[in-house]
Ligand binder design. Structure first.
Ligand code: NDP
Length: 325
């Protein structure tokens, strides 16, 4: 069979993760990496960077384009623009705005005879699939999502904006005692503070008032005020040495019962050394599914919830039945 021709749009952390995963895929060919920056300035693995201004020239040469821009502003603009040219996949993770993004992408994809799969990755993505299956199988119960231990980019950025802070990393950490209770079948009512802790590692500028920085962090509305937060001051060398990776993960747990006093606990866990590489890997599996849906004549927007598991793997249906069932 011909390889699936894939393009990447945007070369940040996620773009690089997607590139690695495409290069490792047995059934794919990387055609181009589109960027808004000077392509010559990017240190890609494949040497395939080209200007986003040349995108139209690639029509008919790309089966799927993976949009790797940020959810805050990039994906909302780039999603519809790129879906005019290609089938697309993205990792849009602003949960409250997914219905709106879906409506836009559905209309553009239908108008241009394409498939657009939005909000793949792990949350949204694999966690979403597991929340749905858990609830289908255990209609009587409660679902809990825990994130971490992992780096939150948004929270790290918020700390960096405090005067006197040179650099910072923030880890979101689930409260293990609460996780254990749910896994034992309990169904507690939980507040935000009960579920996660926030650990902050901060490099202060010379002579900065550390007590004032700590106070500014722990009282910050929407970010830290509702959590138990610890602040540890470290040196720049320590931050670089111990906190440069982008680990993440988490778990979806549904505690339910199928009849009185018959507890059933469903759990799905991810422990990731690299959030962007794992998310990139899921996006590439989703790109494979998107190419197959498009080849089967489907059009419009889809999410991971609409896609059959068999479409994600480069294995034919007979082998799939023989090995995975
Ligand atoms: P980055 O900030 O690293 O990259 C976003 C875009 O910014 C890139 O596409 C790139 O576009 C541009 N960019 C990257 N580096 C630079 C730079 N040095 N200077 C100028 N521009 C740059 O974001 P991430 O890749 O870490 O994350 C992308 C999105 O992925 C997040 O917003 C998040 O929403 C989503 N995500 C989703 C997950 C899920 O489970 N669904 C999990 C993890 C992330 P260009 O090349 O065109 O300049």
């Amino acid at each position: 069979a011909n390889p699936i021709r894939v393009a990447v749009n945007g070369y940040g952390n996620l773009g690089r993760g997607v590139e690695k995963s495409i290069l490792a895929a047995p059934d794919m060919e990387l055609v181009a990496i589109f960027t808004r920056r000077d392509p010559a300035s990017l240190d890609t693995l494949s040497g395939k960077a080209v200007s986003i201004d040349d995108m139209a020239d690639y029509q008919g040469k790309v089966d799927v384009c993976v949009n790797c821009g940020g959810s805050a502003t990039d994906l909302i603009e780039q999603g519809p623009a790129v879906t005019q040219y290609f089938n697309t996949v993205d990792s849009f993770d602003t949960h409250a705005k997914i219905p709106e993004h879906y409506a836009t992408m559905d209309s553009v994809a239908k108008d241009n005879d394409h498939i657009a799969v939005i909000s793949s990755g792990w949350d949204p993505g694999l966690f979403s699939i597991n929340r749905v299956i858990a609830e289908a199988v255990l209609p009587e119960g409660s679902t809990y999502t825990f994130w971490g231990r992992g780096v939150s980019q948004g929270h790290s950025d918020a700390i960096r904006r405090i005067p006197g802070v040179k650099d910072a990393k923030q880890y979101t950490v689930p409260v293990q005692e609460v996780v254990d209770r749910i896994q034992a079948g309990e169904r507690p009512e939980l507040t935000t503070r009960d579920k996660h802790l926030r650990e902050c590692y901060v490099v202060a500028e010379e002579g900065a008032d550390k007590a004032a920085i700590e106070e500014a962090i722990v009282t910050m509305e929407n970010y830290f005020a509702d959590y138990d937060t610890t602040v540890t001051f470290i040196s720049e060398e320590e931050l670089l040495r111990d906190h440069s990776a982008m680990p993440h993960g988490g778990q979806v747990i549904r505690a339910g019962e199928t009849s009185a006093n018959t507890n059933q606990v469903y759990g799905f866990t991810l422990a990731l050394d690299s959030n962007p590489e794992f998310t990139g890997s899921m996006l590439v599996a989703t790109a494979r599914a998107a190419a197959r849906l498009a080849a089967a004549g489907e059009r419009g927007c889809r999410t991971v919830l609409d896609i059959a598991p068999a479409l994600y793997v480069p294995i034919d249906a007979d082998e799939l039945r023989a090995h995975f069932l």
